[in-house]
Every structure is written in C-alpha cells, then in structure tokens.
Design a binder for this molecule. Structure first.
Ligand code: SF4
Length: 327
C-alpha cells in the first residue's frame, strides 16, 4: 500500500484496499469494518431472536467457513444468545465433497461448534457420482440443487433448529438477479434479493433461511479468510458446468472493475423491481408434498419427482425447462 496511513486514522499503516469502498485499511480496522457491517445486516434486518437454534449451512468452502467463524464471533461478542450448529450436506462427489467435509470437521473443532452431516445417499439412495453416471453432465446441478435444498430442510428438522443461515454473498445475489432478469423470471426475481426467505403461509413448515452476507463482497470474504488464516477448501466441484452463471459472474466482475458499487446497485435494482402487481400474481402458493410432506408449490415436490425419474430410469421426468431449479 506504499506506506499509506490507515483510513480510519488509527495510526497504523494500511495493508489493503477494501474492494467495496476503496478505503486503505490496516488489518485490525478491516476486520472490524467487515464484522461490524455483517453485525448491522443481522441486527437491522432482525434475522435472529435470543434463544434461536440456528443451523449454519457448511460446505468447507470460503463463504460458509467465514460464515461459521463470523457467526460464532458475533454471537459471542454481541451476546445474540444463539445456539449454533454446523449442518453439512454430503452430495457424494468423490474427490471433492469428501475432501471439503474434512475441512468442515476441522472447523467444527476449531470453532467449537457441533456438526451434523447428512448425505444424499442416506436421504435419497443416490449419490451425485451415481446420478452423473446415469444422466451425464446435463441437468446434474438441477438434481443436486433440488436435493440440497430439501436435504438442508431435513437436516434442520432432525436437529430441531428454527432457522438456517447460508453463505450466499452479494456477488451471488447480484448474479442471480441478472440471471432472473435475462430469463424473465419475475417470480424468482422477487425472492432472490430477500435477506430472509420464508413462506408467507402461516401453516408452512419451511424454516426461515437467511443470508447474513447479503451485502458482503466475495473479494472481501476471500481477504478476510486469508488475513485471518481460516482453514477452508477451495477446489471447484468437478461436475460444475454452470456456464450461464459463469457468464453473469464475468459480466459483474467487469462492471465491478469500472464501478465497485455495481454489485450493490444490481441488488438494489432487483429489490426495486419486485414491487409490481405482476410479480405478486405469479408467485406460486405452497402446500405439503403428498409424498414426503415437505413444502412444495406442486402436489408432488420437485425432489420426489426427480427421485421417481431416477428410480424409474427416466431422469428427464422431473426436469422441465420452465420448472427447473434456479438458485
Ligand atoms: Fe452440485 Fe452442481 Fe454445485 Fe457440483 S456444481 S455441487 S453438481 S450444484
């Protein structure tokens, strides 16, 4: 940083430039800014109440590792009164998830948080390795995404938690906004910017899912993990063909170079676009799946439909273009 003083006037030399604000900061001031912004995202949006049992979706990747560390740090520092439990889903991807789960096991010890691991194999009788062997690399993320979403709900039910938090960051949300705009998917556009998603139906058994990193830049999560020396797993999934999201990501990174606020601008635009009658009309109502009992906008949920297709050897059964899973 060429000997620049820390912008917070603490007297230290700056060692980094914050991607979000451009401010030159020393390490302690960066940690404080990063953590305090997330604390305010949590408090201002009322994400938790004292006594909540919260499952932290943990994959061993940078986002969820930093999330687990931050949740533990803020819970202790600000006395939120939360009981935190790491919840990992093992999709059954050899050479990828088995290695990343070893990281989560270490995180569980490092942060002194209990850990529950649930596998697709035990829940559905299928691992992603076997699914890909049957269907190939087309639509594999549809199966994986639908199963993971339900697996998190099932894990949460087993653990008796009342809330789930995930490590989706501002970049992820901005990408999803762009993708939903490009697809003209106004219903998903409405939901994808919410910091907490929860069925509006009072009888719903869906648990609230929150994204404390809604306003947190991916680059800053990487910086934080690096400067804190956190133990995380950084290999990409070997079945990742998500080309469409990759294009949205590249576009946003290009925009960010010219205008760092682009990520938050896109999220803000997504939020403003949701307030239309058209969007309200398109939102599906949810009820319980007649097969598994979990919440669904169809009489049989997407996970049961996909599973039936796999078991009958007709995997395309649950994969329809318009109804496909999008995150
Ligand atoms: Fe699953 Fe696709 Fe993600 Fe791999 S890239 S973990 S297959 S959703």
């Amino acid at each position: 940083m060429g000997g620049l003083p820390c912008a917070s006037k603490c007297g230290n030399k700056a060692v980094l430039k914050r991607p979000k604000t451009g401010a030159a900061l020393c390490k302690p001031c960066f940690f404080w800014s990063f953590e305090t912004e997330i604390h305010f995202a949590i408090v201002d949006n009322g994400l938790f109440e004292r006594g909540d049992r919260v499952a932290v979706g943990a994959s061993g990747g940078k986002d969820s590792t930093v999330l687990a560390y931050i949740m533990k740090t803020l819970n202790d520092r600000y006395h939120y009164g939360l009981e935190l439990i790491l919840l990992s889903i093992d999709e059954g991807i050899s050479g990828y998830r088995d290695d990343s789960l070893e990281t989560v096991k270490r995180n569980s010890q490092q942060y002194d948080l209990p850990l529950k691991i649930l596998s697709y194999e035990e829940l559905y009788g299928w691992s992603m390795d076997r699914i890909v062997a049957q269907i190939g690399l087309k639509n594999n993320c549809t199966f994986c995404g639908v199963f993971r979403r339900q697996a998190l709900d099932r894990g949460a039910a087993l653990l008796g938690v009342n809330k789930i938090v995930t490590g989706h960051n501002a970049d992820d949300i901005a990408e999803t906004v762009l993708m939903n705009i490009l697809r003209g998917d106004v219903a998903r556009l409405q939901r994808c910017t919410a910091i907490t998603t929860k069925d509006r139906d009072a009888n719903s058994t869906d648990l609230p899912r929150s994204k404390p990193f809604k306003f947190t830049y991916e680059k800053e999560i990487v910086m934080y993990a690096y400067f804190k020396g956190l133990d995380y797993f950084s290999t990409e999934c070997k079945y990742s063909p998500n080309a469409y999201r990759g294009h949205a990501r590249t576009l946003i990174k290009e925009l960010e170079k010219i205008r760092p606020s682009s990520i938050l601008d896109i999220i803000n635009s997504g939020e403003d676009l949701k307030f239309t009658n058209l969007v309200e009309e398109k939102l599906p109502t949810k009820s319980k799946c007649t097969k598994c009992g979990f919440m669904s906008s169809l009489s049989v949920c997407k996970a049961c439909l996909l599973l039936e297709g796999l078991n009958k050897g007709i995997p395309q059964l649950g994969v329809r273009k318009k109804a496909g899973f999008r995150v």
